[in-house]
Design a protein around this ligand. Structure first.
Ligand SMILES: C[S@@+](CC[C@H](N)C(=O)[O-])C[C@H]1O[C@@H](n2cnc3c(N)ncnc32)[C@H](O)[C@@H]1O
Length: 239
């Protein structure tokens, strides 16, 4: 029989194309466009992008609290907002607790956070070298920042988070993920090409739960949202 016409298996074929694109993108190493520095310079631009990105999960308020749902947080819960930026998520954390500290490597971001969210305390530092003692925090939360780290940095950050958490403390984060729903591919691909660097493309290929388990965390839970383009992970430091 001559060649039968191949059936287009939409999901797997589109995802395969996405994987090839991601690999190709990884090899040629093109940097993000001029929009990336602009988005950090102009907060209105960063905030507009965040609002658009949050639409598939029901808006920014929901997006910022996705990883915090059903957690037992009270006013005394000591929280570290790791890589807090200009306080975009700190703003929500201070509604739960009176004990929130924001950390970011960028003095410019911390200056903005101090103005935007006055209820928190702040420190300029690298997430790979958190300037707090062992076992200080009940909760360390990171919102859309791990995709800015190299693989080695990620491992260092996970070790530092583990160190500063109290036994039984929780590490929660939300970040990018390779979508399983092809409808979300054009959006995330465009966003990545315009705004993200190599590390974000690498994160899409990284098994974060495996890295957390290797660090010593237990009860590692991963949930996907927005067609799989966002991952929320929670992990516990054993008691
Ligand atoms: C995309 S922004 C996220 C800001 C905020 N958490 C949010 O939810 O919008 C990433 C932030 O991570 C910070 N960052 C990147 N690498 C870091 C590192 N190694 N240590 C501390 N902060 C870092 C950047 O300065 C930036 O403010």
């Amino acid at each position: 029989m001559p060649f039968a016409r191949q059936k287009w298996d939409t999901n797997s074929d589109v995802l395969e194309c996405a994987s090839i694109l991601i690999l190709f993108r990884g090899k040629i190493g093109i940097m993000a466009t001029f929009l990336r520095p602009l988005s950090y310079k102009y907060q209105w631009l960063y905030d507009t992008i965040s609002k658009l990105a949050a639409l598939p999960v029901g808006g920014e308020k929901k997006f910022r609290q996705l990883a915090l749902r059903h957690l037992n947080i009270n006013k005394d819960t000591k929280i570290l907002d790791l890589c807090c930026g200009a306080g975009q998520t700190t703003k929500f954390l201070v509604q739960y607790s009176d004990n929130v500290i924001g950390l970011d490597i960028s003095p410019h971001a911390i200056e903005k956070a101090k103005k935007n969210v006055t209820q928190a305390k702040y420190v300029v530092a690298a997430a790979q070298k958190i300037p707090f003692a062992d076992g200080e925090f009940d909760l360390v939360h990171t919102s859309v920042a791990l995709h800015e780290m190299t693989t080695v940095e990620l491992e260092e950050v996970f070790q530092e988070v583990y160190r500063v958490l109290k036994p039984g403390g929780l590490f929660t984060f939300i970040d990018l993920h390779k979508p399983h729903n092809p409808l979300f591919l054009p959006g995330i691909m465009t966003f990545m090409w315009l705004f993200e660097t190599e590390t974000a493309w690498q994160l899409l290929e990284t098994d974060l739960p495996a890295k957390l388990t290797a660090t010593g965390f237990t009860d590692v839970e991963k949930q996907l949202f927005a067609g799989g383009s966002l991952q929320v992970i929670r992990a516990r430091k054993p008691v």
